[in-house]
Ligand binder design. Structure first.
Ligand SMILES: [Zn+2]
Ligand SMILES: [Zn+2]
Length: 358
């Protein structure tokens, strides 16, 4: 590779495989920090990105253009890399430092950003969506605090913390405090669900978790990760089965699927005062009997990724040894299209991570 050029797996047009493109390596300015990528997780949302839309249900779609995304774009928002250059104002990092790139960057100046909610900024600068992400050889961070030290953690696992991990902890934190006499249900036992099981166990070691999925293989992984009980979503009378498996009132449901079926089962299974946290983007609609929301004091909360503080908290749990590792499989950084195809076909247990060392 020419030293001054990066090699970037790039989405040129939606619905197509990624193409390898060469670009000049950016020169970091001001507070910017340039990373050379060593690992990048392959996320389900990369598939929506590749498709070019989210299915909103009822025949409606949210396209990349609706979100203000301009192609060509290098995807990848679960990046671990090493600092190779930095702008003159980038304090607190050194050449050779490695860490997780916080991908949910905002403008850094609005009230959302200044209140620690960069991930909800109105002018997002998300890596892998609006700025080149970890499917390339180099990633440019806007500020040095976006590099999170992950020394002592397997870098392939640490990469997944940037999206699946931070998304899971942000969702679990919306159910705090976790109690011992009320259970939590988790829909979806993929990478996010397994991360959430580990986080619930770290933040509420004696809280019962019921995990729901359509795959017995994934439910076995959930059991191995510490789920208290598992229910196959193909069973009839799903909400009643979940309640029976919980054996306690259900104070919260975290839905990493986000389908009509999982939403209906969540709302039916929740106890009074329960919270339904919806994360997954499967798509579909929901008919609600509105009086049941106040009468049962139910909250429906959308949860989108997580904050820089959430990611730091997750990394601290991992460094302290209280967070059980979720399974990751390293695949070559040179072949993201095969990884995306595998994820699309559902033949992935845990999380795939592109690695320059695989
Ligand atoms: Zn902002
Ligand atoms: Zn993601």
């Amino acid at each position: 590779m020419n030293k001054r050029q990066s090699s970037n797996w790039t989405l040129v047009c939606t619905g197509s495989p990624l193409s390898l493109m060469k670009q000049d390596i950016p020169e970091p300015q001001g507070t910017q920090v340039l990373l050379e990528v060593t690992h990048c997780g392959v996320c389900h949302s990369d598939l929506y990105f590749q498709d070019g839309f989210y299915d909103l249900g009822g025949g409606k779609k949210l396209s990349l253009a609706d979100r203000g995304v301009k192609l060509p774009m290098v995807p990848g928002h679960e990046t671990v890399g090493t600092v190779v250059a930095m702008g003159p104002d980038a304090q607190g990092v050194s050449i050779g430092d490695s860490g997780i790139a916080f991908p949910w960057a905002g403008c850094g100046a609005c009230s959302r950003c200044l209140n620690g909610n960069e991930h909800l900024c109105f002018n997002p600068r998300t890596l892998g969506v609006f700025h080149s992400g970890g499917y390339g050889t180099h990633v440019l961070l806007q500020r040095p605090e976006h590099l999170i030290n992950c020394d002592g953690i397997d870098p392939a696992l640490a990469a997944t913390y940037a999206c699946s991990g931070v998304t899971a902890i942000s969702a679990v934190k919306k159910l705090l405090p976790l109690s011992t006499d009320e259970a939590v249900v988790i829909f979806g036992a993929g990478g996010l669900g397994l991360a959430a099981i580990a986080i619930v166990r770290a933040l509420g070691p004696n809280t019962r978790t019921v995990v729901v999925d359509i795959s017995d293989e994934r439910l076995d992984m959930a059991r191995a990760a510490g789920a208290s009980a598992c229910v196959n979503a193909r069973e009839d009378g799903l909400a009643a089965k979940i309640q029976a498996a919980a054996g306690q009132p259900i104070s919260g449901s975290i839905d990493f699927v986000g389908s009509t079926q999982t939403a209906e089962a969540s709302l039916a299974a929740l106890a009074k005062g329960g919270k339904y946290i919806i994360v997954g983007l499967y798509g579909g609609g929901l008919q609600l009997q509105l009086p049941l929301l106040p009468l049962r004091a139910i909250s429906i909360v959308g949860s989108y990724v997580g904050s820089l503080a959430d990611l730091r908290e997750l990394v601290a749990l991992a460094k302290a040894g209280t967070l059980a590792p979720t399974p990751v499989e390293r695949v070559s950084h040179d072949d993201p299209n095969s990884a995306l195809d595998r994820l699309r076909s559902g033949r992935v247990a845990g999380r795939l991570v592109l690695s320059t060392q695989a």
